[in-house]
Structures are given as structure tokens and as C-alpha cells.
Design a protein. Sequence first.
Lengths: 295, 321
Amino acid sequence: MSSPLAGAPLAGLRTPQGGRRRKRARRVGVNALGLAVFAVMIFPIYWMVATAFKRGSDIFANTPVWFPVHPTLSNFSDAIHRPHFWADVKNSLIVVGCVVVFSLVLAFLAALALAKFRFYGRKAFIVLIIGVQMIPLNALIIPIYLVLAKANQVDKLSGVIITYLTFVLPFTVWTLRGFLLGVPRELEEAAQVDGSTRLGAFVRILLPLIGPGLVATSIFAFIQAWNEYIMAVTLLHSADKQTLTVWLAGFITDRGTAWGPLMAGATLTALPVVIFFVAIQRKIAFGLTAGAVRG
Amino acid sequence: MSSRSPAAAAPLAAPSHSRRRPLGRRLRRGAAPYALLLPAAAVIAAVLGYPLYYLVRLSFQHYGLFQLVRHKGESIGTANYAQIFHDGFFWHVVLRTVVFTAVCVVLTIVLGTLIALLLAEVGSFVRLLLTAGLIFVWATPVVVAVALWEWMIDFEFGVANWTLTKLNVGDFNHHDWFANPWSGWGVIISLIVWGAIPFVAITLYAGLTQVSRDLVEAASVDGASPWRVFRDITLPLLKPIYVIVISLSIIWDFQVFNQVWIIRNGAPSNDYTLMAIYAYTESFKISEYGLGSAIAVVMVGIMLVISFFYIRQMVKVGEAE
């Protein structure tokens, strides 16, 4: 067994045979417990997806129908034909796209400075970058709303895009810095000895190496912006100017009893995030704990 | 995977300063890093620095509907702070937020630790399955999580009421979970802890895999109980990770807003008011932006105090690279 704590306490006094039997019983027990924990954790998600594919009579059943025995796509077609669904998908994509591009470009330059140069004020800037991430968005929403109201940017996507930079940009700088630090300095030096300029070394050596880091960071920025709710619901009032999370939350509030379409809508909202997240999960853990854990 | 243990990270900080780079040295005192930093720094100052300054200024102003139309607040000194500090409900909300945060964090860390230890014990197939399950939960957006938990606890067709009735816990037919604030908070806390466990469990498990197996085995052979092995060997080695995981959990749970806000249909009653919700409703529901700002400033202050340990640890870790 590959674990640090496995099997230890029971060793010793037993006869070899009894010990082995005990060990096997323990392993079966531990694995069963693992499966039980898995079932409990995954159940809410399973229930959402299962409900999304069930027909109405199976959703509104006095005894739960545990599996969509008569799968149907009608909940999905109901959800996507709800008012403003497609407009809000488009808004989400516009907001997320702009936020990712802006923050990635700005953050890349800053991360380059932080990772590859030693300069006065570097540490102060690092503390600042980490510190500003601790400021609750709910506190900032008040002044941001008032400033945007003054500048006539309320109920406009541009206002939301600017606002999202408050939480996406600092995190992106921090994460990209981590990826840049991972590039061995020797490689850069080797390129410079070969006579390339610093820029040449950067383009030919550094860029391909941090490609995966750039992809992971942009996906992370995507997820954060896609999931954001409070800023969007405060700043965007017209139903056709909102983002998908606001659409879904509105759906929760005035659903009546439309649980099937709601679960279908929830599944659709979660889908892009889950796909991207699974792809870069290891790197997200890296970004959050940056170096304390190397996944 | 790096074989370097997390505990060893800190002492590595010093040497990295003395490493030399041929070209970097020439540029060290140059303007290049500042030019690279400038755009990001300017944007952060504009979108974060200015609102933060404005928030503090607002907290010393009367800013109601009339002022909203004129886009200009009226300075009233510390009256907003005097009002909230003499308001029993404000202190009640602060206390509730602190207790709520403590309950969520303790549950998240304890359950996360247990799952991390379990991950280290199970066979590789179960580990893969459990990790995948955790990642799916982690990836679920908050708004989606609220939607599906609301469906599970629906009073008529919710799977929770049916299961609890069948298990003879009591008669949960048509049970409304939010009729009583205690059970309402039970639902909210379950939903938040459920969503928070994966990050803690996966991060701690990653740390566990770096704890030297020889050390653990030697202690076990010497007759140490599993609990003592965990307390005296695993825990101290994982301390840097725990500092980060616990600080982040406190920071995240202290500012919880979305889950409560959406599950209470955008109008939480006094029983369901946390600090973030209080600041928001004062501002956007009854248009007392100055008062809301004062509450928000207190909240930011508490956050910065809590964050101190996190920031210190992150800087230490960051310097080590």
C-alpha cells in the first residue's frame, strides 16, 4: 500500500496469517468508506444531471425516481428557449473574453518583471498583489457602483468588464509569476550565450515553455469571470444585458415548480466551467498554494 | 513531482538572492521591470485602489437617494460609525458572522483532513474515483450549487425530505427547511462546506504524499498510535499548508454572500443577515450608501487582520522559489 499511515498500528503482535486477514479486512473497509464518501460528495451533482434528463412525471414523483428511466431532452430545450438565455450566454462570453485578454496581457508583463528581475519595491508589490485579493468584493461593490453610476457605465457590459479586473488581474499576476519562475534560468542563459538578444531568448525559449501556464491561467480567469454573480447582478439591470449566472439565479428565484428546466439550465451553466476545470485542476491547486504544494 | 517537502521550502529563501544572471545584472537597476509593471499597477490602482479610497471616504458621508442623483455625498464625520457601533443588530451580525465562519472553517478543515487521510489509504481505483468526484464538486459554480441544493431540499419533491422520512429521522413530509433559522443555517452551512471540502482535501492530500514514509513507519514500529503519528509527525510537516488552507477558508467564509443571498431569494431576513449581506442591503436596498460603506470598512479591517498570517506565509513561500 502506498500510504504513509497505512496498516501500521495493527502490525506486530498478530500471527502472520491473522495479521494478513486483518489487513485485508481493513483494506476492504477503507475502500468501502472511500466509495461511501464519493457517493455522498457526488450525489448532489448526479441528482442535478439526472433531474435534467427526467420527464416531468418522474421529477414530481412522491417516491424519488433514482435514474432517468425515460430520458428526455425537453428540459434542456425548455431552458434554452427561456427568455434571454442566448443573449445572456453571449454577454457572459463577451465579458469573459475581454476580461481574460486584458488581464492576461497586463499580468504577463507584470509577472515577467516580478519573476525575472530583482528590483527595488519588488517584494512590496508582491505583498500588494496578495493583499488586494483579500479585500471582499462586497465591500468594493458600493464605491464601484457609485463611480460607474457617475460615469454612466451602469447597465453596460464595459462597466462589468472593468470591474472584473479587480479580482481577476491580481490573481493572474500571481499565478503567471509562479509559472514563469518554473522556467529554468539555465535555458535562458544558454540562449543568450548563443548570441540571441534577450527578446530573442524570450520568444524562442521562454514562450513555448510557459505556454501551458498561459493556457491554465487564462482558463482560471475564465472560470472566475464566468462564475461571478454579485457584481453582475448589481451592475446589470436589463434582463437582456445580464450574464448567465444572473439568468440562472433569477430562474431559481421565480422558478415556480420548473425544477426540470432549472436543473437543465444549471447543468448548462456548469458545463464549460467543469470541462475547463477538470483540464487544469492540478494547476489551479498550484496557483492557490503556489509552491507550498507542488502537485 | 518535486520531492522537496513543504516544510523545507522556507529555508531555501536566502540563496536565491545571490544567484547571478549575466544580463539581468545589468538590467537590475534599469527601468525595464518598472515599465513592465506599470500597466498592471495602473489598472490595479484605478479599479482597486481608487474604489478602496472612495469606500473609506463614503463611510464618512451621508449618501442617500438625493446624493445618488447629484453624485455627491455630504460629509458628516464619524456619524455613520457612531450609528453602527451603537446598533445592537450590527454587533449581533458581527457575532453571527464570526460564529458562522468558525463553524464552516472547522467543519471544512476536519472533514477535508479526514478525506485527505482516507485518500492516502484507499486503493488506486477508489482514489481516482474519489479525486474525480471531489474535482467535480470543486468545479461546480456557486450559483449552480445553490440551485441544486434548493432542489434537493424542496419541501414537496425534494430528495432530502423523502430520505429523512424513510430513515425514520422524523416526519419530513412538506418540511420547510427555512421556517426555522437553525435548520436554514444547517442547509446553508452544508452547502458551503460541501463546496469547500475538495480544495482542502486535495491540497492536504498532495501535502501528505510528500511526508516521508520512512519517518511514519519508524514511528509506527516504535509503537506510536495512528493519532500520535498524525499529531507529532504529519501535522508539523503539513503546517505551512495548513496555514494557507485555514487562512483561505476563513477569508472565503467570512465574506460569504452569494449562497445566502440566492437561497433566500435576494431578500434575506434579519435571521439570515451576515456582514457582507448587511453592508449590501444597507447600500442597495435602502440606499444608505454611507452607512453600508462604514459596515464594509469594518469588514475590510477584520479581513486584513485575518489575512496577515496568510499573506506572511505566501510571501515566505513566494520568496523561496
